[in-house]
Each structure stands twice: as structure tokens, then as C-alpha cells.
Write a protein that binds this ligand. Structure first.
Ligand SMILES: Cc1cc2nc3c(=O)[nH]c(=O)nc-3n(C[C@H](O)[C@H](O)[C@H](O)COP(=O)(O)OP(=O)(O)OC[C@H]3O[C@@H](n4cnc5c(N)ncnc54)[C@H](O)[C@@H]3O)c2cc1C
Length: 421
């Protein structure tokens, strides 16, 4: 039986571990925290709103215990103030619901279940020396450490990474007593206000004890008017700062969120920080020369702005599981690691990364054209924005140019006219 070691117990590591245990692999998962520590003494990695396609990955391997009962999102609702004082408003429905389920609750259950299914779990903060020991005992060693320091074993790919510094300073928190936006959008959606100095998101969330709730994410352009969270010391403090920012800069949302409260009984339901979007190489080598392969955030780190990091972690983990199984008894060597990484990069990684990064940039005429057309025609919003967001390669290549985006929209609208005639 091939021995696979996975370092890290987040979305990517646990999906990979469950996929391989289910196929009879000898899997050891190394985690810097126990299942109980995940549930009771950890922050979530992020909000992690997952699209239906990503939830399907969990369903396929028998570890989806929440999507039927979670606080569901039916699409996106974008509002953007225009120079004349009005609001550009877009509602884009997705064909199937998504949701953000508290990662701490998921990983607690997935770790306990992995143990019951025959996976081995070792609680250890793995350093380079420990990684050497692990690699010497394994046919393949996977780095699923998220943005953790051990990930630096794998070199950054400067050409693909694009960014050298964080494009946004981030604040995230979990809140209750949100009125929602159904009266304006008709659906429960990921609500997104685009401002000149960053973005404020409101995401339907399922908290580990409070249940249906919301998570906000503030994406502050460094040094701009939303960049107010640097010294934050508590969740309630972050919430008060967001309340003030909404009042000052996104007053149209005040009636929806004005009465929000920081989630009760959870001192760790908030985050502040910053990191640059980063793409790494296909594999890294330990000092001994042993090979390690990254997955999830350890391979591609996404700014949360487009909600693709957790979705990527799920898709990348599934891809890696399929590649490991297809490799059969052949060695997991550098040539294999490079080829299978390129297959992932070409099929999903690069499109998700580029589409996500477009929201960080001020000059993206193709995306601007799509957003304006979506505001004018709800069918365009549903089909071309909501319909494609789960499958980012569908946006390419046309979204790279305003003219091609216009042509694509015209072609799709003409098709609808033919169908109606
Ligand atoms: C504010 C914010 C909001 C977000 N919102 C969304 C969203 O709406 N949708 C979306 O798709 N994505 C979102 N993301 C991104 C998403 O949360 C991550 O992409 C995803 O959780 C990455 O999963 P992962 O398994 O790769 O890494 P992680 O979830 O970070 O897991 C890594 C694990 O490795 C462990 N570890 C680290 N170092 C070691 C070590 N040396 N030894 C042992 N264990 C170790 C860590 O403790 C952790 O358990 C958001 C991120 C942020 C910051």
C-alpha cells in the first residue's frame, strides 16, 4: 500500500486525506492542532464561501454533512456608487446554492472521521527536520500548510505570482442580527459593495454554535479610508469599526447591517492581516533532496476578494488525489510533479487566479464591460457572471478585452433571441 503523508489539516489536506483513505491508501495526516483545538481554540482560516461545485467534491467523497442545512447563498449582489450619486446594482444568480460553513466545525468532524476510517493522525508542528523524517518514511509527502512558514520550502514562481506585496489589508468577522438584502436583490446573496478605496463583503455563514449568521470581509486598499484595522484587539472592536465605515462610506447598507452584533461566545471568530497573492512552483526539495508537493493555499494563495481560495483548495485536492491514483505504482518523481501541476494550472488554477486578481485591479475593461452589461440585463448577470463563477476558465479568453466581452455578450443575447423566436 502506498504511503502518503499530508502536512496540514485544512480544506486541502483533509479533502485529499479523505479521498485517498477511501481508495485504500496508507494516509498519515500531520496537524499542528487536534480536532478539539480546531473546534474550541482556533480561528477559521477564512470565511470560505464554497460554490456548489466545490461542495459537490465533499459530497462525492462522503464528507458533506452541512450543505442541506447551511445558510445558503443563491448568488452575488454587487453595488457600486456612481459619480452621479446613483448605485450600479447587479444581482447574479448561481444555478445551485453555495455557502460558508465554519471551517472549525468541518475540520473537527473531518479529523475525527478520518481517524475512524483508518487514516493516521499525528499532532505535531512539522519543521524542516520533521519533514525530512516524514519524507523518508513516505512514498509521497504533501504540503497542505496553507500560508504557514513551512510552505516556503516550495519556491515562489515570480512570473505567475504577479504581486509582490499585499493588494489589500483584510478584516473578517462573524456577526448576527443582519437584516439581509432580499428586499433589494430578491435572493440571499454574497453582498458586495465596491468603493473607491476597497470593498466590503457580507457572506451568508453557518457558525459552529450560532448557526445561520453572516461573515463580513473588508478588503482595504493599503493606506485608504477602509484601512482601519491594523491594531484591532477583539472581534467586537472590529465590528464597531465596520459599523462606522458602513455609516460613512456605504450608507445604503446601514439599514441592513446597522443592528449587527459580534457573534456570541466566540472570541476567535475574527481575523485581520494581509498577504500577497502567490503562486509557487510544482514542488520543493528538502535539504536531503526529498521532494514535497504543495496543495491548496500552499500552491496558490488567493486574495479573498473573488472567493476562490477555498474553492481552489477543494479542486486542487481532488485533482491531486486523481493524479496520485492514476500514477498507480510509478514513482512520484519531479517529472510527474511538474506534469500534473501544469495540468492543474492549465485546467483551473490559472483561470481562477487571473479572474480573482481582476477584482484587485483598477484597469480591467473586460470585467467592467461584463459588470455594466449585467447591471442592464439580469439574464446576462445570471448566465455569464453567476453561471461562470464556479468554472472560471469559462471567462477566458474573452474577459481579457472589452471588445471581446461585448462580442461574447452580443452572441449570447442573439442566441436567446433565436430561442425565443
Ligand atoms: C478573510 C478571508 C476570507 C476568505 N474567504 C473565502 C471565501 O469566501 N471563499 C473561498 O473560497 N476562500 C476564502 N478564503 C480563502 C480560504 O480560507 C483558504 O484558501 C483555504 O482555507 C485554504 O485551505 P488550505 O487547506 O490550503 O489551508 P489552511 O486552511 O490554511 O490549512 C492549513 C493547515 O495547516 C496547518 N499547518 C500550518 N503549518 C503547519 C505545520 N508546520 N505543521 C502542521 N500543520 C501545519 C494549519 O494549522 C492549518 O490547519 C478566505 C481567506 C481569508 C483570509
Amino acid at each position: 500500500m502506498r504511503r502518503i503523508s499530508i502536512i496540514g489539516s485544512g480544506q486541502a489536506g483533509l479533502i485529499l486525506a479523505h479521498s485517498l483513505v477511501g481508495r485504500g491508501y496508507d494516509v498519515t495526516l500531520y496537524s499542528d492542532k487536534t480536532a478539539d483545538e480546531w473546534l474550541h481554540a482556533s480561528r477559521p482560516t477564512g470565511t470560505a464561501y464554497l460554490f456548489a461545485e466545490s461542495l459537490q467534491i465533499e459530497r462525492d467523497i462522503g464528507i458533506d454533512h452541512w450543505s442541506n442545512t447551511m445558510h445558503k447563498g443563491q448568488g452575488m449582489h454587487v453595488e457600486m456608487p456612481l459619480p452621479d450619486g446613483s448605485l450600479l446594482s447587479i444581482v447574479a444568480r448561481t444555478a445551485r446554492p453555495g455557502g460558508a460553513v465554519d471551517q472549525r466545525m468541518k475540520f473537527h468532524r473531518w479529523m475525527n472521521d478520518l481517524d475512524d476510517l483508518g487514516g493516521r493522525i499525528v499532532i505535531e508542528t512539522v519543521d524542516v527536520a520533521a519533514a525530512e523524517r516524514i519524507a523518508a518514511q513516505s512514498d509521497l509527502t504533501i504540503l497542505a500548510v496553507g500560508k504557514g512558514d513551512l510552505g516556503r520550502i516550495v519556491a515562489r514562481d515570480p512570473a505567475r505570482s504577479v504581486y509582490e506585496r499585499p493588494a489589500r489589508n483584510l478584516a473578517m468577522g462573524i456577526v448576527t442580527n443582519i437584516k439581509g438584502w432580499e428586499s433589494r436583490s430578491g435572493i440571499t446573496a454574497v453582498k458586495y459593495s465596491k468603493l473607491p478605496f476597497g470593498e466590503i463583503f457580507w457572506v451568508p455563514f453557518t457558525h459552529k454554535t450560532a448557526g445561520p449568521s453572516w461573515s463580513f470581509i473588508v478588503e482595504a486598499i493599503p493606506g485608504g479610508a477602509l484601512d482601519k484595522f491594523g491594531g484591532a484587539a477583539s472581534g467586537p472592536e472590529v465590528v464597531e469599526t465596520v459599523r462606522g465605515l458602513v455609516r460613512e462610506f456605504a450608507a445604503w447598507d446601514e439599514e441592513n447591517v446597522g443592528a449587527m452584533r459580534y457573534v456570541e461566545g466566540d472570541d476567535l471568530g475574527w481575523l485581520v492581516g494581509a498577504f500577497p497573492p502567490t503562486v509557487r512552483q510544482a514542488f520543493g526539495r528538502l535539504p536531503s533532496g526529498a521532494l514535497v508537493v504543495p496543495v491548496g493555499d500552499s500552491a496558490i494563495t488567493f486574495d479573498p476578494i473573488g472567493g476562490h481560495g477555498g474553492n481552489n483548495a477543494s479542486h486542487h485536492a481532488r485533482h491531486l488525489a486523481d493524479e496520485i491514483i492514476a500514477r498507480n505504482v510509478m514513482p512520484f518523481d519531479a517529472a510527474w510533479a511538474t506534469e500534473m501541476w501544469e495540468r492543474y494550472w492549465e485546467s483551473r488554477g490559472r483561470h481562477a487566479y487571473r479572474f480573482n486578481n481582476m477584482f484587485l485591479e483598477s484597469d480591467t475593461p473586460g470585467l467592467a464591460t461584463l459588470l455594466q452589461a449585467s447591471a442592464r440585463d439580469p439574464r446576462v448577470a445570471d448566465a455569464m457572471l453567476g453561471g461562470n463563477v464556479m468554472t472560471p476558465r469559462n471567462f477566458f479568453p474573452w474577459i481579457e478585452s472589452a471588445a471581446e466581452t461585448e462580442s461574447m455578450i452580443a452572441a449570447v443575447q442573439a442566441q436567446w433571441d433565436v430561442q425565443r423566436a
